[in-house]
Design a protein around this ligand. Sequence first.
Ligand SMILES: Cc1ncc(C[n+]2csc(CCOP(=O)(O)OP(=O)(O)O)c2C)c(N)n1
Ligand SMILES: [Mg+2]
Length: 694
Amino acid sequence: MEAKPKKKEDKLEQLIINTIRTLSMDAVQKANSGHPGTPMSMAPVAYTIWDKFMNFNPRNPDWPNRDRFVLSAGHASMLLYSLLHITGYDLSLNDIKTFRQLHSKCAGHPEYGLAPGIESTTGPLGQGYATSVGMAIAEKWLATYFNRPGHEMINYSVYSIGGDGCMMEGLSSEAASLAGHLGLSNLVWIYDNNHITIEGHTALAFSEDVAARFMGYNWHVQRVGDANDLELLEEALDRAHKEDEQPSLIIVDSHIGYGSPNKQDTSAAHGEPLGEEEIRKTKINYGWDPNKKFYVPDEVKAYRKQMLKRGKKDEDEWNENFSKYAFEYPDLAKQFEMIENREMPEGWESCLPVFPADPKGTATRSSNGKILNAIGKDVPWLLGGAGDVGPSTKTYLDDASSFERDVYSGRNFHFGIRENAMAAVTNGMVLSKLRAYAACYFVFSDYMKAPLRLSCLMQNPVIYIFTHDSIGLGEDGPTHQPIEHLAALRAVPNLDVIRPADANELSALWKYVMEVKDRPVALILTRQNVPTFDRDKYAPAEGALKGAYILADSKGQPDIILIGTGSEVQLCLGAYEKLKKRGIKARVVSMPCWSLYEMQGQEYWEEVLPDSVRARVSVEAGSTFGWRRYVGLHDKGGVIGVSTFGESAPIADLFPEFGLTVDHVVAKAKEVLKNNGKHTTKKTKKKRRDLKNE
Ligand SMILES: Cc1ncc(C[n+]2csc(CCOP(=O)(O)OP(=O)(O)O)c2C)c(N)n1
Ligand SMILES: [Mg+2]
């Protein structure tokens, strides 16, 4: 059990630590669900970090220069909730009593935005660790950009606690390798080395030398042999804090379920309530009144007040400095505030390029590169990179340097071939208010799915740039050809999946991309050229901002509607022209973004896809899954798409192979018209006769 407290402060420390432990045990018990063991064992570690090292203001959880704490072991959420409560955040005992209940601030795993002080949603193991790397990167960038002699406006550290699970996940390796490479000395990871996971002892599946692994990654590695030794913890954290070349790992040996006579050091303490009787016994071990539940001693209540005062003082000092900074550097201060509020400079959109009509056209990945550079000139906090495919995703900012160790002003990021970490790191950068993008081939978005999902869950406006968007990439074949990816991403809540038809649609849509504050977007771009449509002939590209719009139309009610996205819109236009010649009244709807279209409402839906026109064909070089939502059932509408894994061949052979041709769209349109009993209007009969006679 605990060493005997020597001094008054020691006694208070133990009270605080035991309050964290007992609140956690009680909340899990009340919910009859949750993870008590790690909050119990890691309470002293978390307390030491928060009390001795972190600057934060509970009254303003978003204070820009606060230190960050990310609980990568998200299942131990009660550790965080208990801490937030006793350090003065707006998280009441009643909130804690509703742990894991409907609409509680204290969800099963910490959810960004639900309770103040949660820096990132965590739970999928490893994600928190990797996200913390992005936060550390953001700190380096912001400090380099904004700090001036005598004005250190940005100088925070990022702490993250993870467990065996986080360490086992490959993601932690990707992220740690990158952090070590970049020398992120402002980053401290604690590894809760308790040797227990769900299935039992880690010896079942984990025997690597974690310290050696991290030394290999260029990290500063320390060990603390006892999670209860506050002095050793403080010394190790102090060294980590002072370290100015490498990120720090502190491996802390702990006992899961510490203090529980029957469950300590067992996997039973991991993920189930201890049980009323076991809780009583454990409280007695802590010197706690076993009859008290959710008990916060007066001394801890006083500590709460003290932390509120401390936080206010810290932020007040910073605010005072910021006022002086703003006086000396008004432009920088203005930018700083813009970043914090996710605002854009006034009139910024005038930089968006307009592309001249061009039948040969250009790949949307290339036009995207031009647009990105145009915006990047005026918005220095637009930055990002790719997973080693920068040259082919066209995501370099031409006038910017690379973000490298000791070149923290760089805006071109080289994430390496680490897509999972790239997206998680980008989450951290965007949570830190940078407008960051992450780019790779669309097919490898699979590797990024977990952090991408977290972007959506957190409503974190990450910009995903996915190129090589279909079988149109050609010879690389099925391993590289995305098929089901559009359908899969469209199914993720809060994500705008944007597949523009040409350069001008894309340029128009970037207005939305840069201004949206509460959703990530995924731009889906071609490797191959697509024509830049003649907007004098067809509708203006701004229609794209509504998700879908009438690009070409016939006079009066159309007989058939052709709906396309991205590179297939040109096929719809080709078919439209041919059908027109045959007297068939077609309409082409370009539909770059389902979710934006869904936001428009009934009136607009009826305008674009009128209920009375059931003859519809969708054309998209990907899975047809989902398209019947817009084209109706088999007897009414037709879908053209790809339902296999593609083929390895030149694009010129691939598109015909999969029916992605103008002629096939025309044929499908006729079939659909026939199914709708509309194949022979008087006008088409006459037109056909005329054509025959020509
Ligand atoms: C990616 C992922 N896989 C699986 C899980 C399910 N899970 C939650 S906790 C856990 C065990 C974690 O062990 P450890 O990190 O050592 O935590 P401890 O039991 O020590 O608290 C697992 C497998 C998860 N949350 N995330
Ligand atoms: Mg463990």
